[in-house]
Design a protein around this ligand. Structure first.
Ligand code: NDP
Length: 460
């Protein structure tokens, strides 16, 4: 159990009040540790302030476009001829207000947990000391018996001429107006999610993807299904297209591709990846090793300095909120709670909140084939129009897919594209994590009529 510490001395000093840092700080404090958390921005980190939470609210806002369009087919008729119109500034303002509420909630959680919040940016002075400078330029020195680095990541601007003229995802949450036309660069999570949001809010979207398809790394069939649906829904997805430069063009911008094509637009979103936020930390003063711009850690989250730990995106392993939270809690349980445990980084489910939504757990068909060979893998799939579209008679088909190991009948991967895919795969992840076989899926009674029942009724 930690010993009482003198003022400005802490058992645990956490740098970064995002998902991983907050989870670790509160859990450590619950075991009686004296904890301070240093944060230069608002409390909550990427997920709460400019990531998962406001993004998902915008996804809901954008989805109304389709629901309203389909409402007449379900017997709903507008009372007034003009009906409803989308007012993006109103949606963005509502989302910002919700983020403010969550921020205040997190401040309260820290207070209740007995964690001291130290506002300002932290920088290592030596391996036990962090200097913090707040927004007024005032400084304070904190000493930690242990230090946890949980500073997260930042979006990366690609090396393009005029890249500073483009937005990164952080900027989108601050917009007051949306332009008529936006070019989205990238084919990953953020590009696909924002392409859907912007399109749903009435913006014409051109998505520039340098590869042959979007969502590289996901099951290729599932990714292709999303791409087809995005295109059918009206997003102009241009694959094998490399961005060249962004230039000012009158009131707007133009994105020039490497092949010389020019796309005039009111804004360019650069969604080309994120990188650990190491700037200003002075890790060299503490002797913490950095490899490829990330902080490597051992299975107990320790860096190359045994009393300095790191969790979340700054370690650049699986950059997802629940993973960072679990890493932070595992560190605190092991170090302060006498409950040693390690995070299982296998079988982490993930979802892309594109429209349609893609969710997945386990191996893609390609990865399963690579590991087990074509004789060793069986694929089951169902592709159909869901009942939600029966009356409207439009909208993308859903795809459900199971990747099974022939020898053991074990389900290696479970993939879905369609409404509520993330909610459904979250549950499927329990079964896949427990080693369920296709026979276990088949033995499960269907819940009818649902989309998810196809996972337990797919032909063997
Ligand atoms: P991703 O790594 O998912 O995608 C980056 C995309 O940008 C890829 O399509 C990549 O192409 C492309 N790209 C990279 N450099 C260039 C370049 N110079 N020119 C053109 N294209 C380029 O990053 P994101 O920014 O979308 O997201 C970062 C991370 O944040 C994700 O990996 C995920 O961990 C997390 N995240 C999770 C979400 C969720 O859980 N729903 C939502 C948002 C983010 P290529 O494939 O060819 O390399």
């Amino acid at each position: 159990m930690p010993t009482p510490a003198a003022p400005d001395h802490f058992d645990l000093l956490v740098i970064g009040a995002g998902s991983g840092g907050l989870a670790a700080a509160k859990r450590a404090a619950s075991y009686g540790a004296k904890v301070a958390i240093v944060e230069g921005d608002r409390v909550g980190g990427t997920c709460v302030i400019r990531g998962c939470v406001p993004k998902k609210l915008l996804v809901y806002g954008a989805a109304y476009r389709q629901w309203l369009a389909d409402a007449p087919s379900h017997g709903w008729l507008p009372l007034q001829a003009e009906g409803l119109r989308c007012d993006p500034p109103r949606l963005f303002a509502a989302v910002r207000a919700e983020v403010d509420r969550l921020h205040d909630l997190h401040l309260g959680f820290l207070k209740t947990a007995g964690v001291e919040l130290v506002p300002g940016w932290g920088r290592f002075v030596d391996e036990h000391t962090v200097a913090v400078t707040d927004s007024r330029g005032e400084g304070r020195r904190l000493r930690g018996e242990r230090i946890l680095i949980a500073v997260g990541g930042r979006p990366v601007r690609p090396p393009l001429a005029g890249a500073d003229l483009g937005w990164v995802s952080d900027d989108l949450f601050e917009l007051r107006e949306l332009p008529q036309r936006v070019a989205v660069v990238g084919g990953g999570f953020i590009a696909c999610e924002f392409a859907g949001i912007l399109h749903g809010l009435g913006v014409e979207v051109i998505q520039i993807v340098r590869g042959e398809r979007i969502l590289r790394g996901f099951d290729a069939e599932a990714a292709a299904h999303v791409q087809e649906a995005m295109v059918a829904g009206g997003i102009d997805v241009r694959t094998s297209t490399v961005p060249g430069a962004i230039e000012r063009d009158g009131e707007g911008l133009s994105l020039r591709t490497a092949s010389g094509e020019t796309i005039g637009c009111g804004g360019v979103l650069l969604a080309t990846g994120r990188r650990p936020f190491l700037e200003g930390l002075h890790l060299e003063a503490a002797g913490v090793q950095v490899v490829d711009r990330r902080i490597p850690v051992d299975p107990d989250q320790a860096t190359t300095v045994s009393h300095i730990f790191a969790v979340g995106d700054v370690t650049d392993r699986i950059n997802l909120t629940p993973v960072a939270i679990d890493e932070g809690r595992a560190f605190a349980d092991s170090t302060y709670g006498n409950l040693p445990r390690r995070v299982n980084h296998d079988l982490v489910a993930s979802a892309v909140f594109s429209q349609p939504e893609l969710a997945t757990v386990g191996l893609s068909e390609e990865e399963a084939l690579r590991r087990h060979g074509s004789e060793g893998v069986r694929v089951h799939r169902a592709r159909f129009r869901p009942m939600t579209q029966a009356l409207a008679k439009r909208g993308p088909a859903v795809l459900l897919k199971l990747v099974v190991e022939v020898a053991s009948d074990r389900v290696l991967g479970c993939h879905m594209v369609g409404d509520h895919a993330a909610e459904i795969i979250q549950m499927a992840a329990i079964a896949v994590g427990m080693g369920a076989t296709k026979a276990d899926f088949d033995r499960t009674m269907a819940l009818h009529p649902t989309v998810a029942e196809e996972f337990v009724t797919m032909a063997s």
